[in-house]
Every structure is written in C-alpha cells, then in structure tokens.
Ligand binder design. Structure first.
Ligand SMILES: [Zn+2]
Length: 379
C-alpha cells in the first residue's frame, strides 16, 4: 500500500473539476485544498491549534530553509517535523529547488546537482536529488517533492527542453534516493513552461516512474493568467486520473477556482500570509487594504460575510490601529482571517463541485470579488 493515495469522489458536471480525498500517514483531507505555508516549520503568527481551528488539514514547509536552520539533523532528533512543531495533521515539503533557483544569484547547475551560496551566510552549498531526498527523509513530511530545476519565465524552447530532460533524470535519482517510501509519498514535478510539447514529454517521463502524485511546476512565475490557464488545460489531462495533482505556488482566489476547474487538487502559496502582514485582506467583496485612512472609524468587521474569529470579534478600525502601530496582534488577526478565507473558499468550491455548479459559483464569486472589472487587481 502506497503511503499516499488519492480517491476520486466525483467530477463536476458543469466544469470537470474534481472532488477527491487524499490519504496520508497523518490523516485524510478533501480536495481541492489550499495548503497554508509554514516556511520555517511555522505558519507565521499562527499556532498549530489555530490552524486546526480554521480547518487546515495539511500545511507546507520548506526544505531549503529548514536545512539551513535549524538543520534537518535537529528536526530528525526531535522525532520529525510533526513532533518538532506540534502539528499532527499532514505536512508537505518542497525539495528546496525553488529556493535555490529563486534566492540565490550565484548558482551553477550541473548534471550532478546545483552549487550555490547560502543566502544568509554566503557559505558555498550543494544540493542534488539525493541530498534533497535525504533532507526530506530526515524532516519526515507525509508528502515530499522531487528535486527539479525551476527555469525562469520566459525561457527559450531549447533551454527548457534541456531542463525538462535533466529534471526527468533527476526525478529517477530522487526515486532511487528516497529511503522511506512506506511512510512518505514522493511526488514528481512536471515542468516544460508554456510549451505543450515539453509538458507532454515531461508528463510522459514522470508518469512512467509511477509517483503517488504529480505537481505542476514552473507556473505562477510571472506569466499572465491566461498562459497559466492554457498550460493547465493541456497539462492536467496528461496526468493519471487516480493520483493527486498539485499546482505549486498558486494562492489568489481566482487562480484557485480556475485551477480547480482545470482539474487541479492541491494548491499552496505564501500570498495570504504575506499580504496579511502588510495589512491587506481577501474578502468576499474583494481586496481590502485595512491600513487605509478610510477605515480609521470603520467599526465593521474585515468581511461582513466571514465567520472567522477575527471577523466575529474585531473591527477594521481596531485592526488598522494595530497594524499602523506595528503591534504583532494585528498581523495575527489579518493572517487568521486570510487563511480562513482561502480554506473556507476551497470548502465552498468542494460543495459547488458536489452540486455540479462550480461554473455558477465562479461567476458569482468573480462578480462579487471584482475580478470581472476591466482593471481588476489579480488577487
Ligand atoms: Zn474573517
């Protein structure tokens, strides 16, 4: 029995979106799902108890950051990531590849792996498929990711083809290097940028290795939304129906809905937590910048339609005051609300799939959120 399995419950007749369930060694969760990001083994400002309260069943953590601090050996000694951070739900870790490619100016990609400098100390480091597996085996998440190359957008076809082929060779090395297949599921990552032929090649190479799940990488890297949607349209049908599909780094409400409609099951992004710390909130009426002066005397909740702890107890005026005065409590309140908003949005998406009306839900949500306006902000 594989450590991570997927059960397709039903497909929305109106849109083709999938309602499913992923089983991991730390429980099951329904999909489509949004996974809050806890980069350094903590979702910034949130306790694991609060994450449970908002309905999160799975969170993400970052291999690269935990490798550097505190070091995977310390996490292993603590009994793994779940024990170390006191989270008994499911955990997914990335491979570290994305950070190596995005944080580091000085890197040298070779067949063996990537040489780069630690973004904090400047120390020389080397990450390879085998090393990424060893770190993730020591961290002990339920789902781990293969080590891949994340080319920038846009990239030339020739560059992308070489990169896709290397990522496939690395994926095979990851499978061989993964030492705990009975309690950790390893997902492959389909790359290929905006090129349909390369996505096909990547999906073919990776599905032949029979991973328990597949991620779609190389999106949300600066390409327009219509490019992302088009790539999803031709990529998800290349993936097995009975395995979960994870779109990496996507967390704006419109992209979550549009991704689900194109057959994606799992999403993660730092967006809701990052903008919350800047005083920006996602609400059913659209984006709300609670820092703005116009909320100084507004004693209504962030989102009158939201039932979260923040909205039930605190006003825009109070939260604005906390954020303007750099009080940490303000960041906790906005973070709590934004995560609740996305976790709850996905719950509504699942209900709409159940009722075969995700298309209607999308239309109503986009209208209310303001995504249909000509100059709508993207999230
Ligand atoms: Zn709320």
């Amino acid at each position: 029995m594989a450590s991570v399995t997927y059960e397709l419950i039903k497909t929305c007749k109106q849109t083709g979106a999938r309602l499913g369930r992923v089983h991991t060694p730390h429980g099951s969760f329904e999909t489509p799902v949004f996974m809050p990001v806890g980069t350094l083994a903590t979702v910034k400002t949130m306790s694991p108890e609060e994450l449970k309260e908002i309905g999160a069943d799975i969170i993400l953590s970052n291999t690269y950051h935990l490798w550097l601090r505190p070091g995977e050996d310390i996490v292993k000694e603590a009994g793994g990531l779940h024990k170390f951070m006191n989270w008994d739900g499911s955990i997914l870790t990335d491979s570290g590849g994305f950070q190596v490619f995005s944080l580091s100016d000085l890197r040298d990609i070779e067949e063996e792996g990537v040489h780069f400098r630690n973004h904090i100390s400047g120390e020389k480091l080397f990450l390879s498929p085998e090393k990424a597996m060893q770190i993730q085996n020591d961290l002990g998440p339920d789902i781990m990711m293969a080590f891949d190359e994340c080319p920038p957008y846009p990239a030339e076809h020739k560059y992308m083809k070489d990169s896709v082929e290397r990522t496939s060779r690395w994926a095979e090395r990851c499978l061989n290097g993964h030492k705990r297949p009975n309690d950790q599921g390893l997902f492959g990552i389909v790359q290929g940028g905006e090129y349909e032929d390369l996505r096909k090649q990547s999906a073919k190479d990776l599905t032949s290795l029979d991973f328990p799940g597949y991620a779609i990488g190389g999106l949300s890297v600066g390409e327009p939304k219509d490019v992302m949607n088009r790539v999803l349209e031709f990529t998800t049908p290349l993936l097995p129906t009975q395995k979960p599909r994870y779109l990496m780094g996507v967390g704006s409400p419109d992209s979550l809905i549009d991704g689900a409609i194109r057959g994606v099951d799992m999403f993660d992004c730092v967006l809701p937590t990052r903008i919350a710390r800047n005083g920006t909130c996602m609400t059913s009426q659209g984006r709300l910048v609670v820092r703005n002066a116009k909320f100084a005397r507004d004693f209504s909740p962030l989102d009158p339609n939201c039932e979260c702890h923040t909205c039930r107890n605190y006003s825009r005026a109070y939260i604005r005051h906390l954020i303007k005065t750099d009080e940490t409590f303000g960041l906790r309140l906005t973070t709590y609300h934004n995560l609740y908003f996305l976790v709850n949005l996905m719950k509504q998406v699942r209900e709409a799939i159940k009722a075969d009306r995700l298309g209607d839900f999308r239309e109503a949500f986009f209208e209310q959120y303001g995504f249909n306006k000509p100059n709508a902000k993207n999230f």
